[in-house]
Structure formats: structure tokens, C-alpha cells
Design a protein around this ligand. Sequence first.
Ligand SMILES: [Zn+2]
Length: 262
Amino acid sequence: MASYIKDYVEVNKYTRPDLKLLGVKGIVIHWTATPNASAKNERNYFNGTCIAEKRYASAHIFVDRKEARLIIPLDEVAYHANDKPSKIAKFKATASYYKGGNANLTTIGVEMCVEKNGTIHADTIARAEKVVAELCKQFKLTEKDIYRHYDITGKNCPTPFVSDSSKFTSFKAGVKKLLGSKSTGSKTSTASKSSDSSKKMVIVKAAQLYTYNSADWNDKGLIVKKGEAFTIKRELTVKGSKMYQLKSGLYITANTKYVSVK
Ligand SMILES: [Zn+2]
């Protein structure tokens, strides 16, 4: 059984433009920023008021504590992540029918609903993990293909996952768990060892260690484990401390207390 119900909005130029996605290369996580609005409320907004107010906006799936609603078919564009051009190279895209559509042409948008008190309920997050895991399976993606709206355009969305990026890390870990052990964060990196032996490797000494999604100590990514090795692309200094950019694109501390190099 699908983790969501289908409840499509009518085709219209503001919220469901009836444009084809070029493919699904990632999932983008949002929050609605509207306290006390359920998935059904959101669906009705994007089928009514949003159109009446001539606002270009939407997303594919809305998730609340009790249910998830798919309001735009998964092969169609929703207007959710192109308020600025994509910062992630793989989502840059254009089509004759949607010039510079970027992440809107290449991703699916999943919105988490917000409680009366402005927080996202744990049940909403758990349901969103299930929905996203199902999408990952369908489109042959892994937890590494999940991004915050913030990662794509810099928008402060979903705010609780931006102000505390460990919440996003645990969201991805939750999806990974649902997907089984098929995909691991280190697989591609260790595989690159033999093909790129001229490059220096960093080896994790600590039992567990955060990686970072960008050259920013606050932008925590997946956790790696003792003994895992990664190819170093370059060394850089961020706020007075050294970090390595890895060939995989992730960043890791260069502090010899936590890692060694060979
Ligand atoms: Zn958003």
C-alpha cells in the first residue's frame, strides 16, 4: 500500500502547470510554515485560494500527523524549489517549455505540515521518512539524494532542519534504515580508492564522525565510522580549523585527533 493517497489538484497554470519532469534526480524536503494546516487543508489551498490569488507555488506531496496526500502526479512539475537557481549542479536543468526550471524539472517536493505551536510533529517526520523512502525505491535513489529546500536555493526551509541540521541528518538516517542496508554513505568513496590511488586518503580514527555537506561546520551530513577511508580532493581552513573536501563532495575534519592521512 502506498504511504500516501492521491488527491490531485486540477490542472492550472499557477499550481499544476501540466509540464513533464525531465526525470527524478532527488527529493526536496520542505515545511509548509503554516501552523495548524493539515495535508488536506494544503491540498485545498493549492486547488483554490492559491490559484485565485495567482500565486505560482505547489509541491507534490503534503504530509501531516495522520496522512500524506499526493496532489501533483509524480511525473509532473510542481513549483517548489526554484525561487533561486539551483546551487546543486545536478539539478540544473532547462526545457523548451520551462526555461531554467532547474530543481523543479528534476526533483519531487515533499512538504511537512506544521502544528499549532509552530513545530513539526514527530509522527509527521516519521510519515515523511516513509513517503520519501517509498519515492527513493520507486526512482532508484538513496538517502544521499534527499535535500532540504535550503540546500537547493538557500531558502530557510524547512526551518527546524536548517536551524538544527542534525534533525535533517537523522531524517536521512531514518530513510536509509527503511531502505535497508543496500546503500551506505561510504560505498562509493571506498570504491574510489583503487581507481585513484595517487590521491591521499583520510581514514576515520574516531568511532563515529560527522561529515559536512558544505564547507561549513554547522552543515552536518552523514555519519561515517572508524576505519572508513575517503579520497581527499583538497584541504581548506574554515573558521580557523582545517577540513578536507572529499572527492565525493562531502567535507570532513582534518583534526588528527579524529582522522589520519595516508
Ligand atoms: Zn520549501
